[in-house]
Design a protein around this ligand. Structure first.
Ligand code: FDA
Length: 308
């Protein structure tokens, strides 16, 4: 119930203004967001790299309402790419197509994102397209296919809670030779398209993770297992051992500010670990999804409110 309510609030732009100005929410945001500027993100990436972890930068934002805003979003990514190169960061970027104009049209979005992928290719940087709510999956995959026809440095995210993912995984790997980040899925989805029970989403996750490892072994494609769930991680490690896959053949990914202990432990054990580092002023929906994943995070906000 609470999870659904928080995900509902994440889409309410009316509430966003008040929440972003509200000190307790801002304080919680800085647990999960590196800061509002690219400089703050660069510092966070340097700290993560110093520990032997790699990073993926996310300039926060989604569902822009004009081409000017979408163009500005892409420009922000171009700046991030230059910063990665200038500071020699061990990092790539993750982006959302709705931030690049998907609600405004596929042709415009295609061109806008193509600028980013082309510049990233020139700099030797990988671009990951995040997966958003189910209404965008078809368009996201259609655009991915176009980019894959032209570029090697672009990959996708698939969500284990969607029924369709088992088929999408086969298409994007076997037919499009694409690298995949597997996640459970962070949006509120109806039962017509997604498994509702956590146990079932987890079961699907482990099955898809195993398929990705088998694909890594057969094709050499470098996939990502993105989760903080120790059961998913242990299951992936067991599958890797069983399939005889080297630790370097894939990577674990986790979000900035979540389970740092686990990130460090996996790295110390010799696994590749990438940290997803968001930054920027548009952090409200991202923060609400993090609260929905773990409503206990709300206690932090409430405690700060009581302290006044
Ligand atoms: P689960 O939710 O079962 O959590 C397992 C444990 O992890 C919890 O018990 C807790 O200890 C810890 N944990 C998880 N979330 C936490 C939080 N918010 N605060 C504190 N602790 C928390 N989704 C999507 O739909 N599209 C996308 O493109 C991406 N991209 C993405 C990139 C990366 C690198 C990661 C790690 C995740 C995503 N996600 C995503 C989010 C993903 O779908 C999922 O919502 C979260 O990873 C939480 O699920 P877990 O797999 O961690 O398991």
């Amino acid at each position: 119930m609470l999870k659904s309510f928080l995900l509902f609030l994440s889409r309410r732009s009316g509430l966003k203004k008040a929440m972003v100005a509200f000190a307790p929410t801002r304080n919680l945001a800085w647990r999960f967001v590196a800061g509002e500027t690219l400089d703050s993100c660069v510092e966070a990436v340097k700290a993560v790299n110093a520990k032997g972890l790699t990073a993926t930068l996310d300039h926060l934002g989604e569902n822009v309402s004009s081409e000017a805003l979408a163009t500005a979003s892409a420009d922000n990514y171009l700046k991030a790419l230059e910063a990665i190169a200038a500071h020699k960061l061990d990092a790539n970027v993750s982006l959302k197509l709705t931030q690049m104009g998907l609600d405004l049209g596929e042709t415009f979005t295609y061109k806008n994102v193509r600028r980013i992928i082309a510049r990233a290719e020139a700099l030797g940087i990988f671009v990951r397209i995040d997966m958003e709510s189910s209404e965008y999956v078809e368009q996201t995959l259609a655009l991915l296919k176009k980019y894959r026809d032209e570029f090697d440095n672009v990959g996708i995210v698939l969500q284990s809670y969607l029924y369709r993912t088992v088929d999408d995984l086969s298409t994007v790997t076997n037919d499009w030779n694409c690298r995949v980040r597997m996640v459970k899925g962070a949006y509120k989805e109806p039962k017509q398209v997604a498994f509702q029970e956590k146990a079932r989403v987890d079961e699907e996750y482990l099955a898809r993770a195993r398929e990705l490892l088998a694909d890594a072994r057969a094709s050499g494609r470098y996939h990502a297992i993105a989760t903080h769930d120790e059961k998913m991680i242990a299951g992936t490690q067991a599958a890797a051992a069983e399939l005889g896959i080297a630790k370097s053949a894939f990577e674990f990914q986790m979000l900035y500010g979540i389970r740092r202990d686990l990130q460090d432990r996996l790295r110390a054990e010799g696994w590749n670990v990438r940290v997803y580092i968001p930054y920027g002023t548009d952090w409200y929906p991202y923060l609400m999804r993090r609260m929905a994943e773990r409503p206990a995070n709300l206690i932090f906000v409430l405690r700060n409110m009581l302290r006044g």
